[in-house]
Ligand binder design. Structure first.
Ligand SMILES: O=C(O)C1=C[C@@H](OP(=O)(O)O)[C@@H](O)[C@H](O)C1
Ligand SMILES: C=C(OP(=O)(O)O)C(=O)O
Length: 422
């Protein structure tokens, strides 16, 4: 019988909001303070890049102070900017760099150098940017030359907050208005934060428009807890009989709350307590009790609202009664790893009957999980998913790179021990 989870837990700050806080604080005028910042490897990469761009950023744990010099206050970096493992840093920062009066280059780790950048290069080109993939393969390293930008109306083929945000940030430096229309709503943290910093931004359904600003103004931002990190505890507490936990201070932004909808559709028992707003973002504590789960269908416009949670949703599906189909999630193939392949391979190794499809997977629930050697592909979400799976396995589960969790959740294993009462 697996050991149940109990107690209250506070999860680290939201990764998307932490990145945006560093970036907007760096191009705003005056002091920005971030409280509850995610001190994980990805957000540290954003700090390192903007320091290289001449911004004074002081970090004291999860408290950050940024002295921004305004939209044109960045300086030419002496060396190539290194985004590490962070796609968000690469794509959003490219939008800012495209509008600068100096050249710059950026690269990242092996995973970043495989992830597609044409999705931002194309719209930035249409705005007049001079940005090219050094190896001509559509991936980083990217070289960016100064040029005058003009506003465009961009019809994005993808529901991607990174693409949307990159174009909107470039729009701050463009002549005229820039708008982005997406096929489905992606996370809207950039829109909320840009507005708080004083940007001239309008939202109309799936279209967001921004006009160039004379300047943004530094802000104090309280970063709420990351629902993508809460997802592991939602899943673990739901699956393991007898569990009862409270996850404090979780961002429940409707563009991010897909996991709550899908978990409830599977029968999960999740109560939202004390809902309130913090720095333009809706927040609540989540009371999660174990429940009998059953299979469901995960597809359509909810996909961008839970894209990073699909690995752990697939694990919930493996432990539920009946079949679950995940579709319309082709984007999983271009994350830190090919997450469809990673999930199919590792769930199969644990004895789950799962079939990968082009844009998702079909999972037969109800199997008992056996011990296995897990290939994480250095992907933090795969590592955390199988650390949760290990609680249910009837034999030892070995992760080849357990430490990669520090990309988004440095205290993950400590939190797990706490919830297990160890
Ligand atoms: O904008 C963001 O902060 C993010 C957007 C999503 O990526 P896409 O924009 O590629 O969908 C998500 O997967 C990533 O973890 C963070
Ligand atoms: C896809 C992710 O992040 P990024 O694109 O910023 O690397 C993630 O955190 O799951």
């Amino acid at each position: 019988m697996p050991q149940s989870l109990h107690g209250r837990i506070r999860i680290p700050g939201d990764k998307s909001i932490s990145h945006r806080g560093i970036m907007l604080g760096s191009i705003a005028r005056g002091m920005t303070e971030l409280f509850g910042f995610l001190d994980g490897a990805d957000c540290r990469s954003s700090i390192a890049c903007f320091r290289q761009l001449g911004v004074d950023i002081i970090q004291d744990g999860d408290h950050i102070r940024i002295l921004g010099g305004g939209l044109h206050g960045l300086q030419q970096p002496k060396e190539i900017l290194n985004v590490g493992n962070s796609g968000t840093t690469a794509r959003l920062m490219s939008g800012i760099l495209a509008g600068q009066s100096f050249p710059s280059s950026l690269t990242g780790d092996a995973s970043i150098q495989r992830r597609p950048m044409t999705r931002i290069i194309d719209p930035l080109h249409a705005m007049g940017a001079r940005i090219r993939s050094r190896r001509d393969d559509g991936c980083a390293p990217l070289d960016i030359e100064p040029s005058a930008l003009r506003g465009i109306d961009y019809l994005s083929p993808l529901a991607s907050a990174q693409v949307k945000s990159s174009v909107l940030l470039a729009g701050l430096y463009a002549q005229g208005k820039t708008s982005v229309t997406e096929p489905a709503k992606s996370r809207d943290h950039s829109e909320r934060m840009l507005r708080a910093f004083g940007a001239d931004l309008i939202e109309d359904g799936l279209t967001v428009s921004i006009s160039p600003n004379p300047d943004l103004t530094g802000q104090k931002i309280h970063v709420p807890g990351d629902i993508s990190s809460a997802a592991y505890w939602i899943a673990a507490a739901s699956i393991i009989p007898g569990s009862e936990i409270i996850i404090e201070n979780v961002n429940i932004n409707p563009t991010r709350d897909g996991i709550l909808h899908i978990a409830r559709a599977m029968g999960a028992d999740i109560e939202e307590i004390n809902p309130h707003t913090v720095s333009q973002e809706p927040v609540a504590d989540l009371f999660v009790r174990s429940a009998e789960l059953h299979g469901t269908r995960v597809d359509g416009p909810i996909i961008p609202r839970l894209i990073d949670e699909i690995p752990v949703i697939a694990l919930m599906a493996a432990c539920a009664e009946g079949e679950t189909t995940i579709a319309d999630a082709h984007e999983l193939r271009v994350k830190e790893s090919d997450r469809i392949e990673s999930m199919v391979k590792n769930l199969s190794a644990m004895g789950v009957s799962v079939t990968g499809t082009d844009d998702g997977m079909v999972i037969c629930g109800g199997a008992s999980l056996r011990g296995a050697d897990i290939v994480t592909c250095h992907d933090h979400r795969i590592a955390m998913t199988f650390a949760v799976a290990s609680l249910l396995a009837d034999g030892p589960v070995h992760l080849d790179d357990p430490d990669c969790v520090s990309v988004s959740y440095p205290g993950f294993y400590r939190s797990l021990q706490l919830l297990l009462g160890q």
